[in-house]
Design a protein around this ligand. Structure first.
Ligand code: KG4
Ligand code: ZN
Length: 375
């Protein structure tokens, strides 16, 4: 059995996980900083790195304890070294280096996007058992056994939708990626966060929009579905502006900005939009994002003759996206359980396993690369 400790600190979650054979979660611990950043309406980078410094050792210790393994059982330590916030990445990478050096373990730098994709190789049925055994604080859906029968064959198409990325990537083998397109402005998750800010729905915006949308109609407002020059690129900033203009029609006297983070000094405006209007706008916005993601993913899947599609990244937690994409695709869709869609370290351990099998280990000069590209 090959055990890998994965460490993730690229943004605002301090996470560690122990993964067996690139498939089974022995433990997964995530220390979320959401409460810390909520008052700023978004991630405050300096606060994030300081919090990582405080959390990293307790989180790693907890992951090791929950997995009930010793340091001698590990084959390697894998750590996210980009893309992400430089100060945040540095904490994880330096912790991983120190631990790997001290314990005589191999060190593997992992791309955060690859880690998101890699959560799709996890055995969810086995995960449920392992999670119960380890006492890890994550909730997993029942009845995911179907996914466990999945055996990887290629090519696959990956749709990565997170706070920083919206990418369509062709995966020709483990570790072999080819970029087909990406966002030319805001990422999908970023659009959710910004529109949530416009609608005073709070942070993080994705789950808040999804909740509000449940009470609204996706047909109430006709928001634009952007066409881009390159067919597999995305653009969400026009949609964000359309929501802003609509809000302004209801509240001509109120200054609003999707891009400006509200101050934490209590100077927020009074909420004046009717809750039904907010719900309808949330539902109509969500439908516009989902439509574009589904349409382009189906088109790319057909054009490239892929045998399956992998959904990954924080926005993969979105129920409407999961359902619509599954219904629209002609090939099987694999997606992580909702609990593993947003940032955590399980995928780092999985990607680390495949990197180790390819002999891709790093030296002590492993550095953070805030703009690291996958393809
Ligand atoms: O992958 P992730 O945890 O962090 C990054 O790598 O960026 O993704 C976070 C993003 C945030 O923008 C958040 O609003 C979005 O994922 N998100 C969602 C949902 N849950 C999280 N977006 C839509 N619907 C959700 N249920
Ligand atoms: Zn992420």
């Amino acid at each position: 059995m090959t055990l890998i400790l994965g460490i993730e600190t690229s943004c605002d979650e301090t996470a560690a996980a122990v993964i067996a054979d690139g498939r089974t979660i022995f433990s997964s611990v995530v220390a979320s900083q959401v409460e810390l950043h909520r008052q700023y309406g978004g991630v405050f980078p300096e606060m994030a790195s300081r919090q990582h410094v405080l959390s990293i050792i307790p989180v790693v210790r907890q992951a090791m304890a929950n997995a009930r393994v010793s340091w001698d059982d590990l084959a390697a330590i894998a750590v996210t070294h980009g893309p992400g916030l430089a100060g945040s990445l540095l904490v994880g990478v330096n912790a991983a280096k120190g631990l790997a050096y001290g314990r005589g373990l191999a060190l593997i730098g992992i791309n955060h996007i690859e880690a998101h994709i890699a959560t799709n190789w996890l055995q969810v049925g086995a995960v449920e058992e392992a999670v119960q055994r380890s006492g890890a604080q994550i909730q997993l859906p029942k009845g995911s056994q179907e996914a466990d029968r999945f055996e990887a064959s290629f090519p696959l198409l990956c749709l990565i939708v997170s706070g920083g990325h919206t990418d369509l990537i062709l995966m020709e083998d483990y570790g072999a990626y080819k970029g087909l397109g990406g966002t030319i402005d805001d990422a999908a998750g970023e659009a959710f966060d910004k529109v949530a800010r416009l609608l005073d729905l709070g942070y993080p915006g994705g789950p808040a929009i999804q909740r509000a949308a449940e009470r609204g109609s996706p047909h109430a407002f006709s928001f634009p579905r952007a066409r881009t020059d390159r067919s597999y690129d995305f653009s969400f900033s026009g949609l964000k502006t359309a929501v802003l203009r609509t809000v302004q029609r209801y509240e001509p006297d109120v200054q609003r900005s999707a891009d400006k983070v509200p101050q934490a000094d209590g100077s927020r405006r009074e909420r004046t939009l009717h809750p039904q209007v907010v719900a309808d706008m949330a539902a109509s916005f969500q439908a516009a994002v989902v439509d574009v993601l589904v349409e382009k993913t189906c088109q790319a899947a057909d054009e490239h003759g892929v045998v399956g599609v992998l959904l990954a990244g924080g926005v993969a937690a979105n129920q409407a996206l999961r359902e619509k994409l599954k219904a629209a695709l002609r090939v099987p869709l694999r997606m992580p359980p909702v609990a593993l869609a947003t940032d955590n370290a399980t995928g780092v351990g999985v990607a680390g396993y495949w990197a180790l099998r390819r002999g891709q280990v790093h030296g002590w000069d492993l550095d953070v690369v805030p703009r690291l590209q996958l393809a």
